[in-house]
Design a protein around this ligand. Structure first.
Ligand code: FES
Ligand SMILES: [Fe+2]
Length: 370
């Protein structure tokens, strides 16, 4: 039990009793929230001249840009014989299926079936490809893959950036692991010292006691640090004593915001379910100091190394979970992981009951060593 742990016993005054560790249902582990916004790629990867196919939660989606500049998202499947529309032509007339030439508008409606004879009475105007809600924010496109009847409740907001970026560095990496396991790595302080032990990120090898306050936010929680006492060279770049705020938000969004005077850096990480045990990790680093643009070629391989560290360990852990799909979430360092599942359960309940989301978390101080 947690209370037997000597490290827990020192945690006297303010923290409520730790929650019991949970053995998790393997099915709940595997399903991403169906009705939520997921990052599908950087805005600049979607154009009005070229279609792009993306996977999202087992669905194939084709994304492009209308002449107006708005993005659109359609199911990547021609209703005629299932052909991928992303393989066809795309111009001002819309999408043309490469199999028999059926044409569709960017609204998904069938506009023409060129093989019909003029004497044929068949009416193609009732044929349509499913359209998905899509929007853009923080330099990315976000799609909600939910196609069923509308559910109740309010959805977690799509992240935005609170400042004007002078530069941005984006990296995407596919992880062969479930959405939940991958998302847990965004709220798991315990793995940092062991997985991300590169000299440039975490030069010290000794574990130190951490005390952090966590506050509920509309669909997640925030960890705030004032004048962070980290020795990380990344924070040193900013000079001074930066303030760091890390927010986690459903469905799988981690927003790290660093402020030092007028200098701003944001490190955003998004998990996107591609299919079963296949998850995209997107990392975007934004800054408002033009001088940092010079560091971009240096920062890219470091960011890749960081994400690859997560990728490797998550893939090995997934192999273990495939053999026995249970976890023991233990101690205060695992509470944020437990909160993730509580938030998700509440989101599902709110949607099923047609009511607004009620954050089940309370403000809490956590202690752990990392
Ligand atoms: S499959 Fe698309 S037109 Fe036939
Ligand atoms: Fe990590």
């Amino acid at each position: 039990m947690q209370s037997n742990s000597p490290r827990q016993a020192r945690d006297g005054e303010r923290s409520p009793a730790p929650e019991p560790e949970a053995a998790l249902d393997p099915d709940a582990m595997r399903q991403p929230l169906a009705n939520a916004w997921y990052c599908v790629g950087p805005s600049e990867s979607f154009s009005s001249t070229k279609l792009r196919a993306v996977d999202l939660d087992g669905e194939q989606i084709v994304i492009g840009r209308e002449a107006s500049g708005d993005v659109f998202a359609l199911r990547d499947r021609c209703p005629h014989r299932g052909m991928a529309l992303s393989k066809g032509r795309f111009d001002e007339n819309g999408l043309t299926c490469p199999f028999h030439g059926w044409r569709f508008g960017t609204d998904g409606r069938c506009r023409d079936v060129p093989t019909l004879s003029s004497s044929d009475q068949a009416d193609f105007s009732r044929i349509a490809v499913q359209r998905f809600p899509i929007r853009e924010s923080a330099g990315f496109a976000w799609v909600n893959p939910h196609l069923g009847p509308p559910t109740g409740g309010d959805l977690p907001a799509v992240p935005d950036l609170g400042f004007k970026a002078a530069g941005r560095l984006v990296l995407e990496l596919v992880v062969e692991a479930s959405f939940d396991l991958t998302t847990l790595s965004l709220v798991d302080p315990g793995h940092v010292a062991f997985v991300h032990d590169s000299w440039w990120f975490r030069p010290s090898k000794t574990l130190r006691e951490k005390v952090k306050t966590f506050t509920p936010t509309p669909h997640g929680f925030t960890m705030t640090s004032h004048g962070t006492a980290t020795s990380s060279p990344v924070y040193k770049l900013l000079g001074g004593a930066p303030q760091v705020e890390i927010e986690f938000r459903l469905p799988g969004v981690r927003l790290e915001r660093i402020e030092a005077g007028t200098r701003r850096v944001a490190n955003y990480t998004f998990a996107t379910p591609l299919g079963r045990n296949r998850t995209m990790l997107t990392n975007a680093l934004y800054w408002n100091m033009p001088a940092l643009n010079l560091l971009k070629p240096l920062a890219r391989p470091l960011m890749r190394q960081f994400l690859t560290q997560d990728q490797q360990v998550l893939q090995h852990a997934q192999a273990g979970l495939d053999r026995k799909p249970t976890m023991v979430l233990f101690g205060q360092g695992d509470l944020p992981s437990q909160w993730y599942f509580r938030l998700k359960r509440e989101a599902l309940a709110a949607q099923a009951e047609g009511r607004t989301f009620r954050n089940p978390l309370v403000q809490q101080q956590l202690r752990w060593r990392s």
